[in-house]
Write a protein that binds this ligand. Sequence first.
Ligand SMILES: [Zn+2]
Length: 360
Amino acid sequence: MENGPPVFDKPKVELHVHLDGSIKPETILQIGKKRKIGLPADTVEGLLQQVSYNEPLCLTEFLAKFSLYMPAIAGDREAVKRIAYEFVEMKAKEGVIYVEVRYSPHLLANCKVNPIPWGQKKGDLTPDEVVNLVNQGLKAGEEAFNIKARSILCCMRHMPSWSPEVVELCKKYRNDSVVAIDLAGDELINAETYSEHRRAYEEAERCGIHRTVHAGEAGPPQVIKEAIHILKAERIGHGYHVLEDDSLYKQLLKQNMHFEVCPWSSYLTGACKNSFADHPVVRFMKDGANYSLNTDDPLIFNSTIHTDYKIAKDSMGFTEQEFQRVNINAAKSSFLPEQEKKELLSKLYSAYGILKSTEF
Ligand SMILES: [Zn+2]
């Protein structure tokens, strides 16, 4: 999608990107072939034509994209480890030096998960082992490509029965790549009604597990309120529709709440229907809000982090200085322990030529 050199070719931090939406098409084809699982095409171009898109689709059509290729990946040990490793490689090439990648362990499993996703036959890969394999892939990637990668485990709004295990996995693997819990899926499914989500988040808070929630992407400001007050979210995934509630927006600005913004994604999912010049992140920028720029699902949006930065520069008026501020805020709002956060920040300050005394 992008042409020419990257608009911000400096170290970056990415906080909102889905592992299952960031798989290399070559890998899908190879694993599909190995496992004899049918795919909609047998070339990279053919697969991308089916899986990715560049004009807005509705949520159902967007979600249908995953079911085109996830049957090839889910339930396969080699595939799960490999996509994590290749994800780190992909991000290193984009100049990302710290990334938090998220996924639902249940959606990659084929055992001890009900229902078994993607029409798979029952196998022997459990959600617990999925997390273990992803951790191994991330760690191997960190060593090979010299960047830092951590993970966030997702609860799915339509599957409250999975949430108790998600928080237990966060606890089990908290010293091993996993830094937080997330809630993803259709926002119109109210989390308050499903006490399993709420209880999982309460347990996360009790145990000091960090919390982010997809809220206000397509849904109304009420979903953001619920994320903050009921689920005790420390960051908001997307959050664009906060602008429809002025007092909530002012309160979150004051609290320095972090919004994980995904510009190209927000266009393609129809979350933001205005032109890029009138995108909520333009307001966030003008108001000095705390937010980051992220890809969300680069396979499906046929994008890289440079796509989002290019949109921000060309269509939203972002400056080099704002890109620096965005990444510094992302580092400050990352779910790393304080000492590691300081180390990450000092890497950014030195790469940007900023003296700490003049930091944003
Ligand atoms: Zn997302």
